[in-house]
Design a protein around this ligand. Structure first.
Ligand SMILES: [Zn+2]
Length: 486
């Protein structure tokens, strides 16, 4: 197996994201990494590779415990990383159109005589299904729990037929100009003026919508105001969806209702998530295509019926607490429902929880297992919580000391207690000297260096339990945990 490590430099910006085992090493991992597959050999090779990468990034000792230094470098252990990308890979076929070969193979329906597809999963007996192992059966199992949300060959997205091509001037976005001072107050006045205008014009419909998620149940609400019409409210609940999906659904319901009102030629949508509204006109493949297609079809009818028909999307940040939007927000939070039966989940939500699961598993094992090393020094963050491993922006440790090579190496050695000090020599090289040079203490231990040794008192703060103070101590005492010659 060819192994290539991509770590840009070991110097100033030790970027661990670049150092993730390169796609070359994991190319085609689906062939050997699946449910119930023996992976011991592969893991051994990949762990070896990961260890090389991590020791190179951190300047740690070869003897340092792998799980500990992986966390310090902000690299997920290879088995969790594989779990994460494997779960991602399992849900990828959802993006494919229904006539794709892979989708045909995953077809669960029993074969019909008219169109025999002898290789699809539906043509297997239950016994055969139980015997087959591999990525494809895993994908099939995964698909059972997710509802479809992609619609790549929907006519709404076909080039030449898109709303963005045919009616490019009929829709517009009015976001908050964040570069201006007092932008929220200005937006408040603008919205008030717009409502005043709406209330006197019979051809305008105002949709104010919001969505909130409470214990995995999303509530999508839209209020539709129009001249001489009673207020129309729509409320929908969905379980296990993301906030973008809930927001888009609220827009979908609002537009659907507004289009049914007679003589409306201008629809104004007020939303706190303008990014969700922009997804409607996004022609690329994305997990909200089902909603986008439904909204686009509604808008196509609306735009085609009269040349002057338009729609505007106004951004109204939640923190502005604009009167009409707060009413909707309050409504959306007033429901408390709990899911009563197992339901399918959305693709986007599945991706999110799969990623969180792998991350939580890493945090849990890191806390509970001895893999990080018995002497791993648990430090606190600025909020006095024990630092947990994470991979965003190089992880919490590298963010603090990754700017300097020598500091990084010293800190890592000190945290893992695999450093050129007496305590380490006593353990690994019993024949060597382990006395502290201050000659006040029989063994040069990490505890002695940090708290008692008079050779290292360059930093006045007695606290060493938080990472920032710990790093300050090492910066003030450059010789601590470093090789004497350096
Ligand atoms: Zn000493």
């Amino acid at each position: 197996m060819e192994i290539r490590l991509e770590a840009s430099t070991r110097s100033k910006s030790v970027s661990s994201t670049d150092a993730v085992p390169s796609p070359i090493a994991l190319y085609g991992f689906q062939l050997w990494f699946y449910h119930k597959a023996p992976t011991m050999y592969h893991m051994k090779v990949l762990n070896k590779m990961q260890r090389r990468a991590v020791t190179w990034i951190l300047g740690a000792f070869k003897t340092s415990p792998l799980e500990g230094i992986e966390a310090l470098a902000g690299l997920m252990p290879i088995r969790f990383h594989l779990q994460k990308i494997s779960k991602r890979s399992l849900i990828r076929p959802f993006k494919l159109p229904d006539n794709h070969l892979l989708k045909t193979l995953l077809n669960d329906n029993p074969p019909s005589t008219k169109t025999p597809t002898p290789h699809n999963i539906g043509s297997l007996t239950n016994h055969q299904k139980s015997l087959i192992k591999g990525h494809l059966p895993d994908t099939h199992t995964k698909t059972l729990g997710i509802f479809p949300s992609f619609s790549p060959i929907n006519p709404e997205f076909s080039p030449g037929n898109r709303i963005t091509d045919i009616f490019p001037n009929r829709f517009s976005f009015i976001p908050v100009n964040k570069k201006v001072e007092n932008c929220n107050n200005i937006r408040g006045h603008e919205l008030d003026e717009m409502v005043l205008c709406c209330s006197s014009e019979s051809h305008m419909a105002l949709i104010i919508m919001d969505a909130s998620i409470k214990s995995d149940i999303a509530t999508s609400i839209s209020h539709i105001h129009s001249f001489n019409h009673p207020l129309v409210k729509t409320v929908h609940h969905a379980s296990f969806v993301t906030s973008t999906e809930a927001e888009l659904f609220a827009i979908r319901c609002g537009i659907n209702q507004a289009c049914t009102i007679n003589n409306v030629s201008k629809i104004i949508v007020v939303t706190d998530s303008i990014h969700a509204a922009k997804k409607i006109f996004d022609n690329r493949s994305h997990p909200h295509q089902i909603h986008s297609a439904a909204i686009l079809s509604e808008l196509r009818t609306f735009f085609s019926s009269k040349e002057s028909n338009t729609i505007e999307f106004w951004e109204c940040p939640s923190k502005l607490r604009w009167r009409l939007h707060s009413d909707v927000d309050k409504d959306s939070r007033s429901f408390s429902i709990s899911p009563s039966y197992p339901t399918k989940i959305s693709w986007d939500y599945c991706k999110k929880i799969d990623c969180n699961d792998s991350l939580n598993l890493w945090k849990m094992t890191f806390q509970a297992s001895d893999g990080k090393g018995r002497n791993f020094l648990d430090l606190l963050d600025d909020d006095f919580n024990i630092i947990e491993p994470h991979y965003t922006k190089g992880g919490p440790w590298l963010q603090t000391f990754g700017h300097s090579n020598s500091l990084c190496a010293c800190t890592v050695r000190a945290i893992t207690n695999h450093a050129p000090i007496g305590e380490y020599r006593l353990h690994f090289f019993p024949g060597m000297d382990f006395l502290c040079l201050c000659s006040n203490y029989p063994i040069e231990t990490r505890r002695h260096i940090l708290h008692k040794c008079r050779r290292f008192n360059g930093y006045w703060n007695p606290r060493r339990d938080s990472l920032s103070h710990f790093v300050m101590f090492l910066m003030a005492n450059l010789n601590a945990f470093a090789f004497v010659s350096s």
